[in-house]
Design a protein around this ligand. Sequence first.
Ligand code: PMP
Length: 399
Amino acid sequence: MPQLAKRVGRAKPSAIMAVAEKARKLKAEGRDIVSFSIGVPNFLPGEHVYAAAREALARDSGQYGSNRGSEALLDAFLGHMAKLGLEGYRRENCVVAVGAKHILYNLFEAMLDEGDEIAFPTPYWTSYLDIAEIVGAKIRLLPCGSEQDYKLTPAQLDEALSHKPRVFLFNNPSNPTGMVYTPDEVKALAAVIAKHPDTWVITDDIYNRMLFDGIAYSNFVQFEPSLRERTVFVDSLSKTYGMPGWRVGLMAGPQEVAKAVVTLNSNHITNIPEIVTAAAVAALSGPQDVPKAKCAEFAGKRDQVMATLESIPGLICPRPQGAFYVFPDISCAFGKSHKGVKIDNDVDFCNVLLEAKGVACVPGSAFGEPRSMRISYTCPTEQLPVGLERIREFFAELS
Ligand code: PMP
């Protein structure tokens, strides 16, 4: 057989999917499984989104569309950005693609030549590492453990940027930790970035509508307007509108970057479908009841998860204020056993927890933090207390 390109060998299959697959298998064998593994929103967008898609289907031209995205969708995105406090952008700054993942892929291709450096904090969302590997970038990881609430400090950022990485990638609110940087924290990091002019900045803020406790969304460009020249804001409809399979990602940044991404789009995808576009416009500019209600529901679920985790002796868990993840530091369990089965690390922990209690969580090493595990709490409401009680029992049974 002829050889495949080296770049495909550099990306690893998803560790999150591996856990989900094992959980599915056990379920098929008749086991009662609670899944805290995949970060999918378990809800549907409002009826107005489907109505818009049906109308578009009725009048669909079947023709190719714009490589940048339709004007109606770009305008709806600009409207959403203005509500977030990101004003003064125009259509020329924006591009639509097939999910935020595809936007990120495009941006990495547009900004990074083979061997160029990209820096980002750990824990990180898994695909950052894989996409960076595929494009052949050099990766600088900035470790942010539970002892610093999984958040990057200005001093760490200053040190990292002194190496002049081509790209600094930032994720707020965070997948996998659910942590949110306060406006003051974002401001302090922005001041550091302003001192290092050689680096592009990508802010992956796809959970920006899922903020709890009255915390406000903020972005570097709000504190350091000069950073607009080299900062790209990334958004998605997947999580907050319950539309992961519709595949809509968006970005806003410098016109030159947007132009490069449009060129990549013209060679990768041409356009996202007209029907999906109509649904996306309806989601962004129609009633916001669904994302608002879901945000309130997730805040309540976060409280439920935290109440259990805080009752477990030795467990450290910074309190998340967004998204739908909690990322406890489970290292207090390492070296212990569950009913005679030794637990040496996060992968053992998640395997034994799944086998013994039927609860699926993702080992932190999938996100570059092997002391922790990710709990995604989007499961059906009635399953949440069941899974949490099993985790509490599991810890109590360790010896
Ligand atoms: N960024 C983060 C932080 C994510 O969690 C995800 C999805 N898990 C993405 C990007 C990709 O989202 P999309 O479905 O829009 O491709």
